[in-house]
Ligand binder design. Sequence first.
Ligand code: MSP
Length: 634
Amino acid sequence: MTYITTPIFYVNAQPHLGHAYSTIVADTYSRYRRLCGDEVRFQTGTDEHGDKIVQAAEKTDVSPKEYVDQISRMFREAWPPLSIEPDNFIRTTDADHMKTVQQILQKVYDQDDIYFSEYSGHYCKGCERFLTEKELVDGKCPDHLTAPEVISEQNYFFRMSKYQQWLIDHIKENPEFITPERYRNEVLSFLKEPLEDLCISRPTSRLTWGIPLPFDDRFVTYVWFDALINYLSGLGYPDGENYSRFWKDAEHIIAKDILKPHAIYWPTMLRSMGVAPYKKLHVHGYWNVGETKMSKSLGNVVRPTEMVEEYGADTVRYFLLRDMSFGLDSGFSSESVVSRQNSDLANDLGNLFSRSLTMVMKFAKGKVPGAAEPEQIDQELKGAVIAMLAEYRQEMDNFSFNKALSAIWKVISLANKYIVENAPWELAKDTEKTDRLSTVFYYLLETLRLISLTLQPVIPTTSEKMRLALGIDQKPDLTDQATWGLLESGTVIHPPKALFPRIDKGKKKTKEQHPTQKKKKQKEAEDDNLLSFDEFKKVDLRVAEIVAAEKIKKSDRLLKLTVKAPEERTIVAGIAEFYSPEEAVGKQVIIAANLKPAKLMGVTSHGMVLAVKDKGKLHLSAVSDVVTPGSKVS
Ligand code: MSP
């Protein structure tokens, strides 16, 4: 069993990429656990009481209730376009939740763990809590960069200090209770100082938007005491079936901003209630823009919906999981998203998939062939895939999603090399090599099947596309499908569609520069002359490596090539009658790199590939050894 939760997000702001990250992690982990045969419950939701929400509602013309309904809906609707599928979406304004909070308060009050007293302290509205003197930096809250208000009032307090020693012992005895380790250490070091009791009420004279205390209606519940209980009320605590099934396997995902409420308030509250502590707390870092945390108060947010429109759900999911090392901060930039899409998804994975399947369609009648006796190169590929499966599971279990993905990408790049080294298009020319060709195809397709299986939790839509193209219709399952050799010969392969489009980085620029380019072009045409030696020297000849190739629609002659020289550029080459896209990819050729861009069949070509035509056949130019792409021809 696995019960996985995200924080419930405040409805004072619309969802941004930081919220999306925690929720994508939870979705990926729940898909992964399901793939391992586990039963999973995944919960997310919204936190709707407290000062912050009232203030946000006041800025609009609507009542707090209408306001929270609106924003909560935005959160709920933000997730399906990202292929996030929670089993439960909880709201702290749900009647069931409010009832559970009151039951728990009454229970804790009856056993004398809540008392009435006077308190004075530094209250940060952004954090919705009193900060200790130690937490202030230059008199300000380090997260919100605002000075807290000094508030003095009578309130109810939870005897948190009573459970301090128990909590220290529990963390020490359960090394995985708070992970990664740096956050466990942070909590233990915080617990070296005596813990203060927790103020758990707000007088209705100051705040009415909250859950009334069942034992004193002059007060409402402090928002954190209310919010943390969502993890239990969402399971139907105390007598719901889901509670008895899932609670013992609860794992919470949060960012480091809310470590203290989750690592200190929550376990001590549970202890007081007589409920077992959660199993694990997974703490991640921040998505930053430049040097600062992405946050609504700092006004530098990226909207998940816009990201999905621009790049698609799978690219966003892949990028977030690949670029962040769980626990550490990471920088966001659209350049890095584009680069992940172009190089990892379109080039490495997309190419491998479409090259392999196109060749099977062309040279193996579109069916999975049977493998003959493998050679060493085949065994090596198989060995690498099997090692990857083990590494993948270990890293996914550890929440090291970036490492799991990098293990898969090592196999992808090995499989791309395997194609170049085995040159199936050459084997296809020799009737005596049919067995060899079949083996190469089988090994490639089996590698692709296992790649698609491991990618399912991260990029579910693409994984499904891959599986359908490979003729697989079973539900993905790691327990019985993660072994080599399950793809049956004779299975019909479906022609591949591109998994990921390449994003043309120059596209926008080219458009914007168009008028000037046109003028320049006219002027240069006027100056046109015969080529002098000096002019010839101006031609920038370079070695370029073809990293992607595709046919241009409605043209028998043209291939659109993406080459590295060393930067990536598009070149349109009239070689389609002589080279298939999969033959072209991987070749090093010589290009003229500083030609004026020219548009051919709607595609702008930035340079020209040099080739030789001999006896009606075209041969691409080449250097005799493999060199660094971009090397100058002199
Ligand atoms: N309502 C409380 C949580 C109560 S849980 C019982 C809250 N809400 S929040 O809307 O402020 O969400 C904070 C959480 O959003 C973080 O812990 C993290 O999961 C996510 N993130 C918000 N900004 C983020 C980044 N810039 N980077 C990474 N995660 C971010 O706190």
